[in-house]
Design a protein around this ligand. Structure first.
Ligand SMILES: Cc1cc2nc3c(=O)[nH]c(=O)nc-3n(C[C@H](O)[C@H](O)[C@H](O)COP(=O)(O)O)c2cc1C
Length: 212
């Protein structure tokens, strides 16, 4: 199958792209409106893009029913300049999914999912208390491209529960954190529980010495 993007419907492009650029990490984003109302929603058009400075990128498409209305997350970030990315782990999957429901802006998704918040270290927006790790971010840039916004956030503080940290690095104990990834648009996710392969990088000296 070859798909000419010029002729394809938006939904077809979405289905194919999210099925092929996979698995993806999920940013479970908490934000606050100017008057302090809390909001939470998941976004898998997400990754870090550099570490010096530490920048994450997130793609937020406008609400499907109206090309001009941004999702609450994008609107709050533009107005307050702050957000927190909570890491989605297996134990919190169904709560994350509840937060993707298209609730009206006055509804606090975290309450609907039975979750609570904890204060962040640097930003005003709280993190999700039950999440085992979170990145506090300030908005660096929001690019408006067509019906979408690409939000770049500078990470200003990182929270990880001690049990998931190997202090030697410090490294994240990925084999214990059990983060999940999103696959296609049919509700498929991957576990990282059994899927870890270890493959250290090869230095040039090792390569020359014939170590493969
Ligand atoms: C796992 C998952 C990943 C999602 N990723 C995105 C995404 O990358 N971009 C997007 O615009 N919507 C994405 N959504 C849909 C939003 O979470 C959904 O539209 C949500 O209601 C937006 O909430 P808000 O208006 O409170 O910001 C995703 C949904 C799920 C379940």
């Amino acid at each position: 199958m070859n798909v000419d993007i010029e002729k394809a419907k938006g939904r077809e492009v979405y289905n194919l792209l999210i099925g092929l650029v996979a698995p993806r990490p999920i940013a479970w984003v908490t934000t606050m409106s100017e008057d302090g109302r809390l909001n939470a929603a998941p976004f898998s058009a997400y990754n870090y893009v550099c570490t010096d400075p530490p920048i994450v990128a997130m793609g937020v498409t406008n609400r499907p029913d109206d090309i001009f209305v941004p999702k609450d997350t994008a609107r709050n970030i533009r107005r307050t300049g702050e957000f927190v990315i909570n890491v989605v782990t297996e134990d919190l999957m169904s709560q994350m999914n509840i937060c993707a429901t298209d609730f009206p802006p006055e509804v606090n998704e975290l309450e609907m999912a039975g979750l609570t918040t904890a204060p962040s270290s640097v930003v005003k927006v709280p993190r999700i208390q039950q999440a085992h790790a979170a990145l506090e971010c300030v908005e660096h840039t929001t690019m408006e491209i067509g019906r979408s916004r690409i939000i770049l956030g500078r990470v200003v503080s990182i929270y990880v529960e001690d049990q998931f940290i190997d202090p030697a690095g410090p490294y994240v104990r990925a084999e214990e954190l059990h983060a999940i990834g999103r696959m296609n648009g049919l509700g498929s996710y991957v576990r990282t529980r059994d899927a870890l392969l270890t493959m250290p990088r090869i230095s040039y000296d090792e390569w020359k010495a014939g170590k493969r």
